[in-house]
Design a protein. Structure first.
Lengths: 221, 587
């Protein structure tokens, strides 16, 4: 059993959205001064989680356009995915032999699992979270062509826009940014209306729609 | 191995074809019918809580477990094949209902000349115009033979649409290029979302003949001839890779299972992984005795049966026959052998990705709601002076716009893929991008085929199926011809920027194409060139029938489900009306 690790975030570092996710529950935390928030980690060490949070935040920054990876809880989302079946390659054909240098049309052919790719990739980003924004961008540009970066980018987008039950998209900030209403049951009255005008119903999560907790894939098996 | 008492019929696979055959045989005869499905069970109202993009679209919750079995791919027979380690260009379903649960429900028919492609093309353009390496064949039946069965399939599903040709009388607003229909569609067209509506109006102004996409996500509530009722579609947008949470999309679980459940002579076993069809003689005319499978507890079972229906997913039909040693494997060098030949996919891509100023509200729609046109399909336009044969449809479906999959599609003028500048463009364009998609015909070639892989194995240590597959000049030239036309429509629609399709290079297993693969156990008029006869009965093993797109000699540009169902009805008639009276070769 590994030592229990937490991602500790100051309230300022998550940018005023005082929302965080514990093991299963998404809950809202009232802003009480500058109390740090401790989120239990499933896969990352605290140092790794801080680096992933910082890197995701350069990929999808919090800026004048609105909240980004930090507010959405992307690092928490990635931590859970890596701890779950996807992280250990449950959804991939992993019989050998492996042809690591296959042409791109064949997709990823390597042996390393997402967990291994992250662990190795993070080796190259030691103390990344302590760098300034511009230095972080420079560092990421150096690894842009790596498999680790493409996974990190894809996982950041997933964490921005997944249903909140997966730990990302906290408070549906990602959906609000783009005007996606979530799993809205009926658009019957609206689908052939609003031509040329933005129609933006208030987002709803799967749990709100179904009225019950749905078990996310990362908690299976 | 446990041996179970002989049943009249065993059906391998519990998807569209297996369950339709089970419904037909179960209702029209007193035969004992057992359906073996290797995936899990599902009920009619299975999909209350599946509207989650991550688990269903990104992690493929409804698909076959690729960690257990996949296929290998190589572009030509000089190369070593590699396994497809994660899903990409196609998505095989698993569990009761199979791929019929997670489909988009697009329901066109094939153009009449598709069924006689070799003779019609040769007649019009001469044999010299056929690609050198082609393996194009006639199907052994005509559209006229199939039309009554198409009509049954339409009624079964309650397809929504507008006919363009009822018994030869053309009508505006429908597809005037389609084959004749004996009747109007069972339900009127779906509602048309904004982006699709603009596509339709613009295409019409340019002289094309757009029509509403035929849809089995029905426009209103519908009761089919079996007495099964479904609600109308609510345009939630969660169709492809999902089951329908209100049952508006026609799926095997909501239109076939309720009928089968009332028939005591039909039983369904899930978790039953069929590994072999057991038969008397390895070659020549023989009789199948039953199937060997691994049940949910891991126990080996032999199910004896008088009649065997092979109705698993299209690629697995070929694999099971190869593993069972039924028929002669195809040899591309000599063109001898028939099993595994004529592998085709479908040429599907976004021909023009168009960026607009106005928001499109693309989250509203269904897998099949939209407009399409057939002016560039089949041989609708003259190919006399063109460097390719055949064609395909252009369409603007407003199928869905799920944020993980779609956020980040930005114009070429944005040259970063992360950071603030990219984020700004990704947010702005998320709901301002529409795709004009092309669905084109993939011809059959001698060098595109299937056999067993010599290296890679499944979790039972059986060899994987190996695909030898690549595009040819005909597809590439077709794409070059069509893309500028799609770009012209997009610009005329008012797009600020348009990204044209970059062109077909090698077959790319990472980019979703469609789940429409064909061939391997093809039908035809003679056993020298086909695996099954036009009744879908195996030429060498008369008590074995094969259902599904594996019997298609080549792809036909349109999505295949109604055609697959029509052929299943036709095979059911052949079995009930003729085979059961005299269990022998029907042709």
């Amino acid at each position: 059993m590994r030592r229990r690790e937490f991602l500790t975030l100051s309230t300022t570092s998550i940018g005023g959205a005082f929302v965080y996710s514990l093991d299963r529950e998404i809950s809202r935390l009232s802003p009480q001064g500058n109390q740090p928030i401790r989120i239990p980690l499933r896969f990352f060490s605290q140092a790794e989680a801080r680096i992933v949070a910082a890197a995701a935040s350069r990929i999808f920054p919090s800026d004048e356009m609105g909240p980004g990876a930090r507010e959405a809880g992307v690092a928490i989302y990635i931590d859970r995915q890596l701890a779950g079946p996807w992280g250990r390659d449950r959804y991939r054909y992993t019989h050998g032999p492996f042809e690591e240098k296959a042409p791109a049309e064949f997709g990823y052919q390597g042996k390393a699992t997402p967990r291994q790719i992250y662990r190795q990739g993070l080796q190259g980003l030691k103390r990344f979270d302590r760098l300034k924004d511009g230095e972080q961008d420079e560092k990421l540009k150096q690894i842009e062509a790596t498999l680790f970066f493409s996974l990190l980018r894809q996982n950041t987008i997933e964490g921005m826009f997944c249903d909140p039950m997966h730990g990302g998209n906290i408070d549906m900030v990602g959906w609000q940014l783009i005007g996606f209403p979530g799993p809205r049951m009926s658009n019957y009255d609206d689908v052939d209306q609003h031509y040329g005008e933005a129609f933006r119903p208030k987002p709803v999560s799967l749990r709100e729609v179904t009225g019950r907790k749905v078990r996310p894939g990362e908690d299976l098996e | 191995m446990k041996t179970l008492p002989t049943v009249d019929v065993v059906i391998v696979g519990g998807g569209w074809t297996g369950l339709l055959m089970a419904k037909e045989l179960g209702s029209r005869t007193a035969l004992s019918v057992v359906v073996l499905e290797r995936g899990g069970p599902r009920e009619t109202d299975h999909y209350g809580d599946d509207m989650d993009e991550l688990d269903y679209t990104i992690r493929f919750r409804m698909m076959q477990d690729i960690s257990q079995e996949t296929v290998t791919l190589r572009h030509d027979s000089n190369h070593r094949a590699l396994p497809l380690r994660q899903y990409g260009s196609f998505l095989p379903g698993s569990g009761i209902g199979g791929a019929g649960e997670h489909w988009s429900a697009v329901c066109p028919r094939f153009l009449p000349d598709c069924f006689e492609l070799l003779s019609r093309t040769t007649e019009k353009y001469g044999a010299a115009r056929l690609p050198e390496d082609h393996a194009i064949q006639d199907w052994g039946i005509s559209y006229d033979d199939l039309e009554p069965h198409y009509a049954r399939a339409d009624l079964l599903l309650g397809v929504s649409g507008k006919a363009g040709n009822i018994r030869g009388k053309q009508s505006e607003g429908g597809n005037i290029f389609e084959g004749w229909r004996s009747a109007e569609y069972p339900t009127p067209p779906t509602k048309i979302p904004y982006f699709s509506a603009v596509f339709g109006e613009t295409a019409k102004s340019l002289g094309y003949h757009p029509y509403p996409v035929p849809a089995a996500t029905t426009s209103r509530s519908y009761t089919n001839p079996d007495g099964v009722s479904r609600a109308g579609c609510t345009y939630c947008g969660f169709c492809e890779t999902f089951g329908c949470m209100i049952g508006a999309k026609a799926q095997p679980t909501n239109i076939l299972l309720p009928v089968i459940a009332k028939r005591k002579n039909v039983s369904i076993r899930t978790g039953a992984w069929v590994r072999r069809i057991v038969h008397d003689a390895p070659e020549g005319n023989s009789k199948a005795r039953g199937v060997a499978y691994i049940d949910g507890k891991g126990e080996e079972v032999f199910q004896a049966a008088e009649l065997i229906i092979l109705a698993s997913w299209t690629l697995n039909n070929t694999r099971l026959l190869l593993l069972s040693g039924i028929g002669e494997a195809y040899h591309p060098a000599t063109s001898e052998g028939t099993l595994g030949r004529n592998l085709t996919h479908q040429v599907v891509f976004s021909a023009a990705t168009a960026f607009f100023e106005k928001p499109l509200n693309r989250f509203m729609g269904s897998g099949a709601s939209g407009m399409m046109l057939s002016d560039l399909d089949g041989d609708v336009f003259d190919h006399g002076k063109l460097p390719f044969l055949r064609g395909g449809t252009l369409g603007a479906r407003t199928a869905r716009s799920l944020p993980i999959s779609d956020c980040g599609v930005v114009p070429k003028s944005v040259n970063t893929t992360w950071g603030s500048e990219w984020k700004k463009a990704a947010l702005h364009y998320y709901d301002r991008v529409g795709r004009i998609s092309f669905s084109g015909e993939h011809l059959a070639y001698k060098g595109n085929y299937m056999d067993l892989d010599p290296v890679y194995k499944d979790h039972f240590d059986d060899p994987l199926l190996r695909l030898t597959l690549d595009w040819r000049e005909n597809e590439r030239k077709m794409v070059e011809y069509v893309v500028p036309k799609a770009v012209e429509i997009a610009r005329e629609m008012g797009a600020k920027e348009v990204t044209p399709y970059s062109g077909l290079r090698r077959y790319d297993a990472t980019r979703y194409q469609s789940s429409h693969l064909q061939g391997g156990t093809i039908m035809g008029r003679s056993p020298e060139h086909s695996v099954v006869n036009p009744c879908l009965q195996h030429w060498q093993v008369p008590n074995l029938f094969v259902l599904g797109a594996s019997v298609f000699p080549q792809n036909a540009s349109a999505n295949p489900t109604p055609t697959i169902l029509a052929f299943t009805y036709r095979a059911a008639d052949a079995i009930v009306d003729r085979y059961l009276k005299n269990p022998a070769a029907l042709v």
